[in-house]
Ligand binder design. Structure first.
Ligand code: CP
Ligand code: NVA
Length: 304
């Protein structure tokens, strides 16, 4: 695997390989077995948006793997003053062994990969969030034992999370239902691809979408960069919420996932969140293990 730009670039086998390695690295970490597979290597982490989980899990992950991570806020590097992605890619390729980037345009990680010569990992764009979904799939597999044939229901904005969940779940044999308001549907190209598999439903009927789901998933109504739309979105998305009623439509043992941060009382009710906090924080923990697997497979050379 050369880069992780979006999940649609990966085969089902590559996704499975990441999840298997993530499980192995998680087990080794719990048992205190060192795995310094990126000894002496450096990851640059470019952030144009805020982050808690992504920043900390990549930084700790590199440390666990024997390497180091550099936090590069776009406010501080010349990229933020207009230096091109093309030149940034060529410069950073001379110092670093890999770059993780969190930003707005999907074209930016794609261009870093195109003009640079080191692995590029997408740490979230407006289009997708592949690292989060790898951790989500790892978590669902941990709780349910397998992914094939399971149903995930996403409720809310057809955003970066919805886009990556559709691709990741379908590629691992799951089916997906998305409940979202008209005009806030997931990416049309992804929906068209998924429709071709016969395993995606997109509807504005929340209860129908949640029916018999093995996992219910939601995310904020206004993503980073949409702060000015927040008031409008609060009206549009009213009711697109995981509450007890929605839970009653899902399977009795359904799990609840949230990429976090959560706006309790909006897309998820506090009682449901707390009842499923075990899963939700395992999911957050799995960011560490899943991303370590991605870093080893992209940056690890012979160790991969
Ligand atoms: N879920 C997620 O990516 O969290 P951060 O924004 O805190 O990195
Ligand atoms: N959709 C959210 C995800 C945060 C992890 C955002 O882009 O802000």
């Amino acid at each position: 695997m050369k880069h992780l730009l979006k999940l649609s670039d990966l085969t089902s086998e590559e996704i499975k390989e990441i999840l298997d390695l993530a499980d192995k690295l998680k087990k080794e970490k719990k048992e205190g077995i060192p795995h310094r597979l990126l000894e002496g290597k450096t990851l640059g982490m470019i952030f144009t948006k805020s982050s808690t989980r992504t920043r900390v899990s990549f930084e700790v992950g590199m440390h666990d793997l024997g390497g180091q991570a550099l936090f590069l806020s776009s406010r501080d590097i010349q990229l933020g003053r207009g230096e091109s992605i093309m030149d940034t890619a060529r410069v950073l390729s001379r110092y670093l062994d890999g770059i993780m980037i969190r930003t707005f345009a999907q074209q930016d990680p794609e261009d870093l990969a195109r003009y640079g010569s080191i692995p590029i990992i997408n740490g979230l764009t407006d289009y997708c969030h592949p690292c989060q979904v790898l951790a989500d799939l790892q978590t669902i597999r941990e709780y349910k034992g397998s992914l094939e044939g399971r149903k995930l229901c996403f409720i809310g904005d057809g955003n970066n999370m919805a886009n990556s969940l559709i691709v990741g779940c379908i590629k691992t044999g799951m089916s997906v239902s998305v409940a979202c308001p008209e005009g806030y549907r997931p990416d049309s190209g992804i929906v068209a691809w998924a429709n071709g598999t016969g395993r995606l439903t997109v509807t504005d009927d929340i209860m129908a979408a949640a029916k018999d789901a093995d996992a219910l998933y939601t995310d904020v109504w206004a993503s980073m960069g949409q702060e000015e739309e927040a008031a409008v979105r609060r009206k549009v998305f009213e009711g697109y919420c995981i509450d007890r009623k929605v839970m009653s439509a899902a399977k009795p043992d359904a799990m609840v996932l949230h990429c976090l941060p959560a706006h309790k009382g909006e897309e998820i009710m506090e009682d449901v969140f707390e009842a499923h906090a075990g899963e939700i924080f395992d999911e957050a923990e799995n960011r560490l293990h899943a991303q370590k697997a991605v870093m080893v497979l992209t940056m690890g050379g012979q160790n991969a």
